[in-house]
Design a binder for this molecule. Sequence first.
Ligand code: CP3
Length: 366
Amino acid sequence: MNTPLKNDRLLRALRRQATDTTPIWLMRQAGRYLPEYRAIRERAGSFMALAKNPHYACEVSLQPLVRFDLDAAILFSDILTLPDAMGLELFFTPGEGPQFARPLRKASDITALSVPDMDAELRYVMDAVQLIRRELNERVPLIGFAGSPWTLACYMIEGRSSHDFASALALCRNEPTLAHHLLEILASSVSHYLSAQAAAGAQALMIFDTWGGLLPQTAFDEFSLRYLRQILATLTSDRHARELPLILFAKGANWHLSKLATSGCTALGVDWTITLAQARHATANRVALQGNLDPAVMRAPPHIIRSQARSVLDSYGKHPGHIFNLGHGITPDVNPEHVAVLIDEVHRYGHTLRETWIESSQDFSP
Ligand code: CP3
């Protein structure tokens, strides 16, 4: 049953083992910059109809792999399907981003929440994971994912996208007990959700703390990191998830990288506001690093994309443990040909870098 992966660069790099070149995948690699994505979304009628149909979700996950030499697939879904399953009812209106029909408006909305049943409410996600694994046929590993409790709480309280998520921050400030009650339920839900994805066949897991950087410096540990640690501790003893590498991405939270590196994760995602050399220093080589090309570079001419990709690779240096990615999701205005250019340069230059690696770096230890 368990045939070996044909391309295991991602899993090896996550374990900080040597690879023939640097693996690359892109956040939002299945998305609106691809005309074939826009076509299938049109056919499905809405984002939710697409995400809730495992056959569509499978096709969309595989679309970027048909075009590009990527080293991983990511489940096509959204972090907000979990609160949808908790009864908040997610919908998207064009140009508006995500919205909830029943956001958390009063204390009783929060106390009424419970962990959703993965086999019932989120069956479609697990079915998609199984289908994608089957269709991938061990070509590359499949990444499953969830939002962090804090980032999910931001959307659940605000009810929609926001620049500052002021209501979520106000809840933490003014009613911390209620905020912790919500975050506890979310931490438990995320743990169950990731465990179910692992059981269904995900081969690596990722947690997105997109809004971790909004928390005041002194509140990050209390309202975000604490729950990330709780999830990681639960997954470490989980039958399905304990063997899987976990990537943690807390955008805008680079001040906290050294603490995040001791949270029990395998790798940290890094946004583009610091260099990978700085991130390596902050994390003291405790974890692998994923990132961190400025997503805006993808709009530049190909020769600039190539040179900027090389500087990201150079900044990480000649050591195992780098997974190339953007510092945030790819934007819908990117020319797909530019993605092919980026992947080509990362694989080409990543390979030449290794020709001068120190022999002893076979299995890197700091
Ligand atoms: O290819 C992949 O990366 C896998 C699929 C994926 C989506 N969303 C699909 C999607 C993943 C991993 C996500 C994560 C996600 N969703 C995050 C965390 C990562 C990040 O970007 O910070 C967040 C905050 C969300 C919530 C969300 N979903 C927003 C704010 C939006 C609207 C903004 C936008 O980019 O349109 C979405 C919609 C969404 N999720 C789209 C896709 C492909 C676009 C939907 C469409 O077709 O209109």
